[in-house]
Write a new protein. Structure first.
Lengths: 279, 279, 279, 279
């Protein structure tokens, strides 16, 4: 299991979000409160879009040690500003601790990260891999269930219709799991982005999904907390989605409901129900 | 702060001691109960003497990630048998996470490992380094207070009289600390060995030392627990010294008293009071 | 491309073979003479059987940096003695530098290592993976062509008849390659062992295979070089197979002929022609 | 020994300088032509100032493996634009391969990198360390001669007068070396910067200094090579200083003369003779 964070809004020094908060993601790497594991020290990753479009793809820094003592992450956080970034800390459920198993994963302009697991993945790894578009298969670099979920979603049209593609992926995983006698095959909170919008999903076959929260509207928070400097510096469009609240500012955090997904986008954000396709 | 373990006795597969116990050192790397930090994931090391004297020195495997997911440590534990070995898991108190800062440290046939800290080390690093024998100074490879403690002990005759040398080192550290206005400069549980005997010290300026335990005599444990298979396989001379008990076998673990040191050696082991020299 | 070495014979400190020779494998990691690449710095591995059967499997130490500066490899070489070991240094042909892509690979008591490549592997990775026994598929941990070759050989009966299984694997790879329009799909020197015997293969579709040498019979070498101390210490059964000669002792090294394989075994070793199956 | 590169001028994607040239620094990490070692695979570093002053310090990414296969370096190069950056690839002369031994080193706004060595450094490490300002001593994190040279230069006023401070450092090193009977104690090409100006020194006690080149004036190159697109995009102030030419564009590269130093700065750059102080 893992913890993650997605930021979208006013271009921000990564440090402000990754290290500064009381219960920051870095703090969660040592002391997660809501995760399955207290420690998330089996690799980490951060992916960001630059303010000026240097390239077509987001930058991704991934490594295999814990985030809490990684100096390169500290350097990037202190010197990189971004309007949209993902960060992820990993607690391996058994697969190798290697750079290619650290999130986020990338395909072109798209990034993907996941907390959760496919129960019984070892049993159905092969058949799930076979469902990946043959043109994409050879690009799989790691051995996690998460990366296979990403490639399945790409296969089912992630780049055209993310919610439909994720629903198709979830349907396929649940059917494969149940064919193997796994009662609750899927456990996921996941985020995808194309650099413009962020989609965040919370779902589990058991309907006991891992925690997921989104930050309240900035205007609302400013009224509640006129003294919080940070809120004055960010635009109304700024939004965070996180595995765990980064602090305890009253009114700041809202649980993403069970079996639903949210879209962070230009204009009003939105929340929708989520169900695997063809269930 | 850190956790460590010293084993001396019947040649044993490292796995038996490092991984198999309920609350093994590997488990402590994620879930320390008595340590200052729950997580000890900032590097680790294991040093062992071979059964046949391949070389004059113990072998040392050290790495910078957590012990709990390290595959090379797992391999060594599964395939190496040793009559005397040290293992250490590190929680950095700020210095860099690098191989040369992982314990145990080695000098010829000697190994050294430490849990604790010199309070205000940054302030007195230079003057403590100056007290190291100039012939040894250039061999210091890392930046920890622990390694400087080792080199000070070597300077003060560790290879001739370990308790006197450690006492001299502790005295020097306390005087340096107090000169800088540090009330309680030294906190240490440490172990040294020449491959024949193991000396284990528990001391702190504040007289609130980190936890340290030694295993009971094997004969006694056999009488108490005639059904424990492990006890039948090991000689009467077998002894463990550990930061935390590896399990909760009644009667198995005894606290090393405050301000004292023990010697594990051929024949009867012994326990003595410890005080810094020239205090 | 890569370089490798297989040793079988009198139990030997790894250092004697890995570091001591003038043009040792460690030297080849920086200065390969016969390899496609001068530098082999993209990870390494060493796998050894213990003298006393600690476990059913060989020990494997693998890491991601260069061999030439790796301290843990140096420690193992200085302190481990083995009657049969493999060592491998990697020059990536593009796939990720990660522990699971370093050789040797292991399955139960078996080890496997490879130098060469499947030309166009990216194109046919999926179909080759599909030919792997479904019961084995989920154990694939890395992303190299070499590991897929290993799993194909396992699928085709490596544990029962290594030469037939490797021939079947080679046949499958060549047919897949040619179906994709690749003229010379396979380039390989590879070694497999069960801890008792070593099989070493030299083959390429183009019949221009990478270099492979075997050491002369120890009796012969002793007559030629009565002054070489090393030769007095080793049994007549001792044999080395290497990508490049480890030195220039006259008469010591013999090229494994194109399209052939050798078996190092108790009793007389043997050399046979090799051809892919069903070609 | 090592190779390095300093860039100052029009803000540039790091990739353009680090990877794109025919004989780029990344290529030099595998195939150095003018270095003492062909391979520079013992760690690397890149340090850059951001275009917008995010913080008072440059960002530094350092790692312990080779540069040529490092994915995080590739990501940074593809996504970071900077008006002034240093890059360094290391070939260890014996000291540990660890992050704190990779260049560039940093102190506040200052960066420092070095190619060369202090001959007999092991002998005089202690006395050179003693000459470091006690207020700075405890900040030394690694074990290289290079870092001690940096701290000596800081001690002697690097932040006020870099050429005088480097001359003082060089003088101290030469005197210490000669006192130990070392004929030619110092070999160095080094670069320092405060983010505005770059000072690059070429000197050796033997007057056979490692190679160092600076790029010709951009206006001159534009006239010589009106077809080279790169030259149209960069300002007249743009300058590169490199251990080895990055390609063979006629007229592009000029050797820094023996025993001299150059200053890259707003306005006209300048070249001066260099000699150790108090020699």
């Amino acid at each position: 299991m893992c913890r993650w964070l997605a930021y979208s809004g006013t271009p921000m020094l990564l440090d402000t979000i990754l290290y500064k908060p009381v219960h920051s993601l870095i703090d969660q790497s040592l002391h997660s409160k809501l995760g399955v594991e207290t420690t998330n020290g089996d690799g980490f990753g951060v992916g960001w879009y630059t303010e000026t479009e240097e390239t077509d793809t987001p930058a991704i820094l991934r490594d295999i040690g814990p985030a809490w003592n990684n100096r390169n992450l500290r350097e990037i956080a202190d010197h990189v500003r971004s309007p949209l970034f993902f960060a992820h800390i990993r607690a391996s459920t058994g697969t190798a601790v290697q750079q290619t198993n650290s999130h986020p994963f990338r395909h072109g302009r798209w990034m993907f990260m996941h907390n959760g697991a496919i129960a019984g993945f070892h049993l159905m790894r092969r058949e799930l891999c076979l469902l990946v578009d043959p043109a994409l298969f050879a690009d799989i670099e790691g051995t996690t269930d998460s990366e296979v979920m990403f490639y399945l979603a790409l296969t089912f049209g992630l780049e055209e219709d993310p919610p439909a593609a994720v629903a198709a992926m979830a349907g396929v995983v649940e059917r494969a799991g149940r064919a193997h006698g796994v009662e609750f095959p899927l456990q996921m909170t996941l985020a995808v982005t194309d650099g413009e919008r962020v989609w965040a999903f919370r779902y589990s076959s058991e309907r006991k999904s891992r925690s997921l929260f989104y930050s309240s509207r900035v205007e609302t928070l400013r009224r509640l907390h006129p003294d919080v400097a940070f809120l004055k510096d960010v635009s109304d469009e700024t939004r965070l989605i996180v595995s765990e609240p980064l602090g305890d500012l009253p009114g700041a955090w809202n649980e993403v409901p069970e079996s639903s997904y949210g879209v962070v986008q230009p204009g009003a954000d939105a929340l929708f129900p989520f169900a695997p396709a063809g269930a």
